[in-house]
Design a protein around this ligand. Structure first.
Ligand code: PDD
Length: 284
């Protein structure tokens, strides 16, 4: 786990993370009633911030949660926090919850002042072995709710599914629903089939990843074919390559699935190209 950095933002104030306090009656604590984003920061610059703010707005709208800031205010708030934490490479966690009311009521959608919280962590250093040898993953049945397209802080399903990977000494749990790939417990999953990058189409069953969009753009620049299409369990198990993508993983190769080698068991050539292109892009 990457160490959090010193300063956080709470409801308009910059303060040390260890001094931040919120009410135990905050609805994100009682009900998981809130949304969040995780945004990479490279050399002090927020990466793909417009995509993250678009998704935050969509998630908030899905909860009928009042978005307390406009775009310029969000950017300013985040840039101030990144600068206070020394810039460089980090990632920023941002959460908007519905706020605290006096008591506990299921009754939805009270008009409350949202709680806005953000903090930063040092960029997680990826072990060299991840790139040299790839990751081991397991599969499990996707038993999460029907609105996985909302980036909600109610992540218990994801947390319990990730625990299965930890129990199996694996890096991620890749999820299957009705015989088809959905995503990872905290990542988008891409497979390479006949030289084409195939990613399950966005739907209520998966989170629309921001890193997925980076992969789409880089694939087009590199001339690698790609398509959005359902991926069956047998296509997943027979894939030439499997990749995970997320804001904190960027793009990582999966080389073992449920103990079996993926392709020839080594990080694949298309992943190598994608990874190099990503490293070049982020330093631009
Ligand atoms: N999670 N799917 C799920 C379930 C996720 O939790 C994530 C990211 C993704 C990839 O989204 P993006 O490419 O925008 O990071 C897909 C973040 C990193 C997290 O919860 O920490």
């Amino acid at each position: 786990m990457a160490e959090p950095l010193k300063f956080c933002h709470l409801n308009g104030q910059l303060l040390p993370l260890d001094a931040a306090r919120i009410s135990p009656l905050d609805r994100s604590f009682l009900f998981g009633d809130g949304v969040y984003e995780v945004i990479p920061v490279y050399s002090g610059q927020l990466f793909r911030v417009a995509d993250h703010l678009d998704r935050l707005a969509r998630s908030a709208a899905a909860l009928r949660l009042h978005d307390p800031h406009d775009r310029a205010q969000w950017r300013q708030l985040m840039e101030e926090l990144v600068a206070a934490n020394g810039g460089g490479d980090q990632y920023l966690y941002l959460q908007v919850s519905r706020g605290a009311e006096w008591g506990r009521n299921h009754t939805p959608l009270p008009q409350l002042a949202p709680t806005v919280f953000a903090f930063c962590s040092a960029w997680p250093q990826v072990r060299k072995a991840v790139f040299d040898e790839g990751l081991a993953c397991i599969t499990a049945a996707d038993n999460r709710w029907g609105r996985c397209d909302i980036k909600s802080v109610a992540l218990l399903g994801n947390v319990l599914l990730r625990q299965l990977a930890v129990d199996a000494d694996a890096a991620e749990t890749i999820l299957l629903r009705d015989g088809q790939l959905t995503e990872g417990s905290s990542s988008t999953v891409h497979v390479v089939l006949d030289g084409v990058i195939v990613t399950p189409p966005n739907s209520p069953a998966i989170l629309p990843g921001t890193s997925r969009r980076v992969i789409e753009e880089l694939a087009d620049q590199l001339g690698i074919a790609r398509r959005d299409a359902p991926v069956t369990e047998s296509q997943l198990r027979g894939a030439e390559e499997i990749w995970l993508s997320s804001a904190t993983r960027e793009v990582q190769p999966v080389t073992r699935l449920d103990g079996q080698p993926v392709g020839n068991g080594k990080p694949g050539p298309l992943w190598q190209r994608m990874h190099q292109a990503w490293q070049a892009l982020k330093r631009q």
